[in-house]
Design a protein around this ligand. Structure first.
Ligand code: ATP
Ligand code: MG
Length: 414
């Protein structure tokens, strides 16, 4: 994709009509907030479109346009003030991005976001990209079947069970997913999901999970972060570890190459995250299987703000604005702990304030809270990144932080 004529847009400039260079984002959650912070640091003005008057990004943006994502008036307002627009979540209507694209550069584009919104389309692109690229040979997705009709339900092959039934659209953080061990459970689960379009994925024996974040420019130039090793608890990301030795170098190289070929295959512009499973196939390293992609910065890349010389949000700003994409360098080993609303409750379910005094005393602790006023179990309230001079030190501090906060999923880390 070649850059629109209006790019690059430089920060700190004012157009002929006297408007400051403004970057916009669809969605006002924490990812939008961290995007706004990165854009503002460079000197851009920002605009957020989100219907929620209390949205985390809306609160810190120069402008907050509180309209539904598909509302013509809201989109017109956003397009009128922005030199370029990006998105912070994949469920914005692709048609809204298309509308915006008629009047300003939009990255990622509607077509790429539409693919990521739909597991059925996403999987067929993974398969196509694997077929056309040498580097992705063997990196396919989990065996699956599409279930959109009662006939497709009946003819699901036996080898896909036990499996996970996932809605094709609108799933996140493990929502819209049901584990099924036999045909009766599968039929019941599909009924419970109201017979919307789904995929049934074979349940794979996971050794680990990882993700790779790349940023790709309008001219096709691409840079990548090192692969992140991720630990999920109850379908939600709990811990991300990024340091040398977090996974086998061969697997890391393959994951990076596969992510790049996916981004190229869909001519992606912006920050893209691809999630992988490391499947236990009896080999020492395990086999890499591609899970899904996010057309935006990702929770597993939050450590880049504190452990790299350029963050995933900085690169999101650069990519959309047509600025150069410097290759990121990780300068410190890092462990990120997600802070869900559960941390705001004691074991008896009574509300509490986490012991920030103790957390903030830890060396190399970087606390990020998203400005959400109500803590609810499972709600992403913030994250804590631990950095340090060496891996052993970072692990030790992360263990201390997890103990202070009562975080799950971090026991027994060597
Ligand atoms: P998010 O958008 O937050 O990443 P999601 O709701 O889109 O999550 P997935 O990434 O598809 O869901 O799955 C959530 C988690 O469930 C995975 O990270 C993995 O731990 C587990 N999981 C999903 N699919 C499989 C599978 N086929 N085999 C084994 N485990 C799986
Ligand atoms: Mg996922």
């Amino acid at each position: 994709m070649s850059a629109p004529a209006s790019l690059p847009v430089f920060p700190g400039t004012v157009d002929a009509a006297g408007r400051p260079a403004t970057l916009g984002v669809m969605g006002g959650g924490q990812l939008g907030r961290m995007f706004v912070h990165a854009a503002q640091r460079l000197g851009y003005f920002t605009a957020v479109l989100d219907p929620d008057p209390q949205s985390p990004a809306g609160r810190v943006s120069h402008q907050h346009i509180a309209f539904a994502y598909g509302d013509a008036q809201g989109l017109a307002q956003l397009a009128a003030v922005c030199a370029a627009v990006t998105t912070e979540f994949e469920n914005v209507p692709a048609s809204a991005l298309q509308t915006l694209a008629a009047s300003c550069p939009v990255a990622p584009g509607a077509a790429a976001v539409a693919i990521a919104q739909d597991r059925i389309q996403e999987k067929s692109h993974f398969t196509a990209s694997a077929a056309e690229s040498g580097v992705m040979a063997g990196v396919t997705c989990a065996p699956y079947a599409v279930i959109e009709t009662p006939d497709q339900l009946k003819t699901v092959p036996d080898y896909l069970l036990p499996g996970i039934l996932k809605t094709a659209r609108m799933g996140y953080d493990g929502k819209g997913q049901m584990r099924v061990s036999n045909r009766a459970e599968l039929a019941a689960a599909w009924a419970e999901l109201e017979r919307v379009a789904c995929v049934l994925e074979k349940m794979l024996p996971l050794k680990a999970e990882c993700s790779v974040i790349v940023a790709r420019g309008w001219d096709g130039a691409m840079v990548a972060f090192p692969p992140q090793l991720n630990l999920h608890v109850d379908g939600i990301l709990a811990v991300t570890k990024v340091y040398e030795g977090n996974m086998s170098p061969a697997l890391a190289a393959r994951a990076q190459a596969a992510t790049k070929s996916i981004a190229e295959h869909i001519d992606y512009v912006g920050v893209l995250c691809v999630e992988f499973f490391v499947v236990d196939d009896g080999s020492a390293d395990g086999a890499l299987v591609v899970n899904e992609m996010a057309p935006r910065p990702h929770n597993s890349g939050h450590y880049t703000m504190d452990a790299c010389d350029v963050s995933q949000f900085d690169l999101q700003v650069h990519a959309m604005a047509g600025l150069p994409l410097p290759a990121p360098r990780q300068h410190s080993p890092a462990i990120m702990l997600n802070l869900l609303g559960d941390v705001w409750f004691d074991p008896l379910g009574q509300p509490r304030t986490p012991d920030w005094q103790a957390v903030l005393a830890l060396p190399g602790a970087h606390l990020h809270l998203y400005g959400k006023l109500e803590a609810r179990p499972g709600r992403k309230m913030g994250h804590l990144t631990l950095t340090g001079a060496d891996v052993a030190g970072v692990k030790a501090t992360a263990r201390q932080a997890a103990a202070i906060l009562g975080l799950p999923g971090f026991e027994g880390d060597e």
